[in-house]
Design a protein around this ligand. Structure first.
Ligand SMILES: C[S@@+](CC[C@H](N)C(=O)[O-])C[C@H]1O[C@@H](n2cnc3c(N)ncnc32)[C@H](O)[C@@H]1O
Ligand SMILES: [Zn+2]
Length: 285
């Protein structure tokens, strides 16, 4: 089976095109990479740090929580924002379980997609993610082990859109892989995102300077074209509230047993405000 989006992938060592022989990807210079048995391609650049990825527990919580549908308005808005007439694939550095990328591919049946992450647990999910409108049996979504802070294993200008959803972003590399008419679609939490849970459980809150930091970081290479602000309230049982906390950044900073005990004390249903901005950025010419 040929890896989806193979034509858009690049050797992490030399940047040249990759070819596939059985379960091995290789470049003209002889660098080669065996597909993992779980289906993802390890394309790790020199100097990459692949220890930064989410843990098995975080990914399991994310899979279960996102499958509930409580974040579907965010997922759908992101997918809509990726629609473009630019040629190329969809790429998501820090794709996690692949829910957002799969929705964007479902919204645009002509595309193939590449999900990049440093978490093997995330990539196992992404490699298996079923698209509603799968083209043929081989699917349209490649899962790739790669560090978003190094050279991305994607050809210059090969991406019609890059998704950036609660994940690391490297503006220079994103600009390099985007087609001249391509789009960078960024979903960022606003300060009141999950504010009820942040208050009740003393979670990490969104830094008020974050929107300005995003503009400072992206503004030299990109111009913001359009933003879509989403804010709505969800009601959760304790188990799902715990999954929501366990999939987020606070999971790394809190003792899981203490968090579970704190959630256990909250009266059901647990209300939480979902508040985020989807912005479409275009490359400056
Ligand atoms: C908060 S999660 C967001 C996942 C997905 N975009 C979503 O919203 O469901 C951040 C993801 O970035 C991944 N990640 C962390 N550091 C990374 C890096 N240096 N390169 C690529 N992915 C990374 C984590 O493993 C995790 O899957
Ligand atoms: Zn090479």
């Amino acid at each position: 089976m040929t890896l989806p989006a193979l034509h858009a992938l690049a050797c992490p060592n030399c940047g040249q095109a990759l070819d596939q022989t059985e379960r091995r990807l290789h470049c003209p210079d002889g660098h080669s990479f065996d597909l993992a048995k779980q289906g993802y391609a390890p394309l790790i650049a020199p100097g990459a740090n692949t220890t930064t990825g989410d843990t098995a527990d975080q990914i399991a919580a994310r899979e279960d929580f996102l499958s509930l549908g409580a974040f579907d308005p965010l997922i759908d808005a992101t997918a809509r924002a990726c629609l473009t007439d630019a040629p190329g694939v969809l790429v998501e550095p820090g794709c996690g379980t692949g829910h957002y990328l799969a929705a964007a591919l479902d919204a645009d049946e002509r595309r193939e997609g590449i999900g990049l992450d440093t978490s093997k647990y995330a990539l196992r999910r992404t490699a298996r993610r079923v698209l509603r409108r799968a083209a043929g049996t081989q699917g349209r979504l490649a899962a790739v082990l790669a560090d978003a802070w190094t050279r991305l294993p994607v050809r210059d200008g090969a991406a019609a859109a890059v998704l950036n959803v609660f994940a690391p972003r490297n503006p220079d590399e994103i600009a390099r892989i985007l087609h001249p008419r391509g789009l960078l679609v960024v979903l960022t939490p606003r300060q009141d995102h999950l504010r009820e849970l942040v208050g009740a459980l003393e979670l990490l809150s969104v830094d008020p300077a974050k929107p300005q930091r995003t503009v400072d970081q992206l503004g030299t290479a990109f111009t913001a074209e359009q933003t879509d602000e989403l804010r709505y309230v969800i009601e959760l049982g304790r188990d799902d509230a715990l999954r929501l906390v366990a999939m987020g950044p606070s999971a790394r900073h809190h003792d899981p047993a203490a968090l579970a005990a704190a959630v256990e004390k909250l009266p059901e249903p647990i209300r939480a405000t979902v508040s985020a901005t989807v912005t479409r950025w275009r490359k400056r010419s």
